[in-house]
Design a protein around this ligand. Structure first.
Ligand code: MN
Length: 327
């Protein structure tokens, strides 16, 4: 039995939790984000979920680096860097999250860079479609929109493109395994926390009328109202996946990440989003990504307070989404 009184609307039981740890950094150029899951687990995250929150974990005990899938030579295709690694790792991860979701479990994916959401979310979406005949909604909490297509991306890094592929706004043979069942309808997608959006992404957001609450809306309405509006927009009868990029939080709370942006969510605002989504009973999946314990290594090793603080923030967000409450 979990400690949470919330009854899940779209899961077989409230206590079965599928966990996939993904040590992948190929969606961007900086080393170290592949060490994120290990840092989160070493900080006691999975023990907390099991012992404090009462989950029954379905976890293979592995931190997957998918070495067998990563080619030694992986030249860019149409501006996408490391396309083969990104596609193959995500296709494998898709099968892993699909397996959990099709059994009616909540699915937690620990990254890794945000490109892994292509696999994690598509697997959950397919599992939900098959089991319930419903689309999956996604709440994407991030400083960035990650909505570039391979044509609009300034960097060519796939971690800036997952939403474009997942929403079907962008298609490419590299990700030909993403079938219709895997996709998130654009009107079931909501952003919270945006503050660094590329020009091409702004156009995609506008042209496709994608719902986005930037930090401006968080300032204006407060996080409580923003989450209420996000949930109202998604509608009552839809399972929700939370994709949380730790860089949504202000660098004060999550400095050890690849692309920090000032002016972000406070720790409490981040935790609040997770708590409030848990309370809906509609959460069926979560990603926690972009914790990079090595990013500040130059400035004093991997054991700086910045790393510890970022890991602590990541653990707190996950626990809140899985039912930890203040009272
Ligand atoms: Mn992101």
């Amino acid at each position: 039995m979990t400690t949470s009184p919330v009854k899940p609307a779209f899961l077989s039981s409230g206590e079965d939790l599928g966990v996939v740890a993904v040590a992948f950094s190929g969606g961007q150029g900086k080393g170290g984000v592949d060490a994120g899951p290990d840092a989160l687990i070493k900080a006691g995250l999975l023990d907390d979920l099991k012992e404090d929150l009462g989950y029954k974990l379905h976890y293979d005990g592995l931190i997957h680096s998918y070495d067998d899938l990563i080619p030694s030579h992986d030249p860019p295709i149409d501006n996408m860097k490391r396309p083969t690694a990104c596609s193959k790792v995500n296709a494998r991860l898709h099968e892993q999250t699909y397996e959990h979701a099709s059994q009616g479990r909540m699915v937690l994916t620990l990254g890794g860079d945000h490109s892994i959401a292509i696999g994690s979310i598509s697997g959950v979406a397919r599992g939900i479609r098959e089991r319930l005949g419903k689309p999956l909604a996604v709440i994407w909490v991030d400083a960035h929109a990650d909505l570039n297509t391979f044509e609009t991306s300034p960097s060519g890094n796939v971690h800036g493109m997952p939403v474009a592929f997942l929403s079907g706004l962008c298609k490419h043979d590299v990700f030909s395994w993403l079938t219709e069942q895997c996709l998130i309808p654009a009107d079931k997608l909501v952003y919270i926390g945006l503050r660094d959006v590329d020009r091409g992404e702004k156009k995609l957001l506008r042209d496709n009328k994608i719902k986005a609450f930037s930090m401006h809306e968080v300032d204006r309405y407060g996080i409580g109202k923003v989450v209420d509006m996000a949930l109202e927009y998604i509608g009552d009868d839809t399972p929700i996946h939370l994709s949380f990029d730790v860089d949504a939080c202000d660098p004060v709370h999550a400095p050890s990440t690849g692309t920090p942006v000032r002016g972000g969510l406070t720790l409490r605002e981040g935790d609040y989003i997770c708590e409030a989504l848990h309370q809906t009973g509609k959460l069926v999946g979560m990603d926690l990504v972009e914790v990079n314990p090595m990013i500040l290594a130059k400035e004093g090793g991997a054991d700086t307070w910045q790393v510890a603080e970022t890991v602590r923030t990541g653990c707190s967000l996950v626990r809140c989404a899985l039912g930890e409450s203040l009272l």
